[in-house]
Every structure is written in C-alpha cells, then in structure tokens.
Ligand binder design. Structure first.
Ligand code: HEC
Length: 165
C-alpha cells in the first residue's frame, strides 16, 4: 500500500511539473500579446522606425513650451561653442577652438529647422554630431529656438513662454 501511495504522489508531482511548464507557456504568450496593447498617450514608441519618424519634417508643433525647452537644451549643449546668443563666441572658443560661424550670417539665417536638426544629428564640417546626447524631440526644440534667436535675438523665448501664442 505504501508503495502504491508513493507511486500516486510521484504521479501527482509529475503532474505538478507539467502544470508549471504550461504556466510558463501562458506567461510567454502574454508577453507577446503586450505588443498589441495600444501605445498609451504621452509615451514615445521605441525602435528604428519610430526614431526615423521623430526626425522627419515638419517635426513637433512650434509652441512656446517647445521654445523654452529648446532654449534650455541649446544653452546646455550648443552655447559652449555657439554662445548664448548664437554669435559663435562661446567659452570653448576662447580656449582655442576655431570659432563656429555666427547664426546671423545670411547663409545660416536661411537654414530650415529640419536642416538644423540634420546638423545636430550628423554634425557638419568641424562640428561633431550630437545624436547620442540630444534625442530627436530635443533636436526640434533646439532647431526652433535657433530660428527664434535668428529672428529676435536672445531672451525672446521667455517672453514667448509667458505670452499666449
Ligand atoms: C564643440 C563646439 C560645438 C558645439 C558644442 C556645437 N557646435 Fe555647432 N558648430 C561648431 C563648429 C566649429 C561649426 C562650424 C563647422 C564647419 O563649418 O566646419 C558649427 C556649425 C554649426 C551650424 C552651421 C552648419 C552649417 O550649415 O554651416 C549649425 C546650425 C550648428 N552648428 C548648430 C549647433 C547646435 C544646434 C548645437 C547644439 C546641439 C551645436 N551646434 C553644438 C561647433 C559646435
């Protein structure tokens, strides 16, 4: 009888094992299904195509909030060389770096925001790319802020930020 009981419990144990495997299979199916859940609002889809889409013109809408964000990012990443007002006289330049051109040159005034995004993404001439430090959304914000600088000079983004568009 004891042997029979032992065999019965072994069979149950085996059943338990296969049950566990089935739960694993269910769990992995759930993981696959998660991809079909719609992307919640306010989040950014991941992957190469989403990345490319984020860089494609016309980019995000040019809002006062975007300009304020762009100024903040510009001051952090670009002003060391380009200067706070974009004249190409940032503090790095005074330490021996060849100065970048002023944003107020005719040729640079004519740049579209998308072209400035390109410069940030790929670099240009002596300027290194900033793709690894500046995400696509921030590149558009910076590009629009550069256009804002060219049109009105420094300080305008804060007025834009507090005024209704
Ligand atoms: C380390 C210094 C440095 C930093 C930081 C820097 N740049 Fe530049 N940038 C340069 C130099 C130098 C040039 C001139 C490149 C050339 O023509 O060889 C340049 C050129 C440019 C141009 C003109 C491109 C053209 O068509 O001639 C734009 C626009 C520009 N930078 C935007 C930016 C933005 C936006 C940022 C911040 C994300 C930035 N740069 C950060 C040094 C820098």
């Amino acid at each position: 009888m004891r042997l029979a009981a032992a065999i019965v419990s072994l069979v149950f144990l085996a059943a338990c094992d296969s049950g566990t495997e089935q739960r694993d299979a269910v769990a992995s199916t759930r993981t696959v299904q998660r991809a079909y859940v719609p992307v919640p609002p306010g989040t950014v889809p991941r992957g190469a195509s989403a990345h490319a889409a984020a860089l494609a013109p016309p980019g995000p809408e040019r809002t006062p909030a975007l300009l304020v964000h762009g100024r903040e990012r510009f001051n952090a990443f670009c002003s060391p060389c380009h200067g706070l007002d974009g004249r190409g006289d940032g503090p790095v330049v005074s330490r021996g770096l060849a100065p970048p051109p002023s944003y107020y040159e005719e040729r640079l005034r004519a740049l579209e925001p998308a072209q400035i995004v390109q410069v940030i993404t790929h670099g240009k001439g002596r300027m290194f790319p900033y793709a690894d430090r500046v995400p696509p959304e921030d590149r558009w914000a910076i590009a629009h802020y550069v256009k804002q600088l060219q049109a009105h000079g420094v300080g305008d983004a804060s007025r834009q930020g507090s005024a209704a568009p």
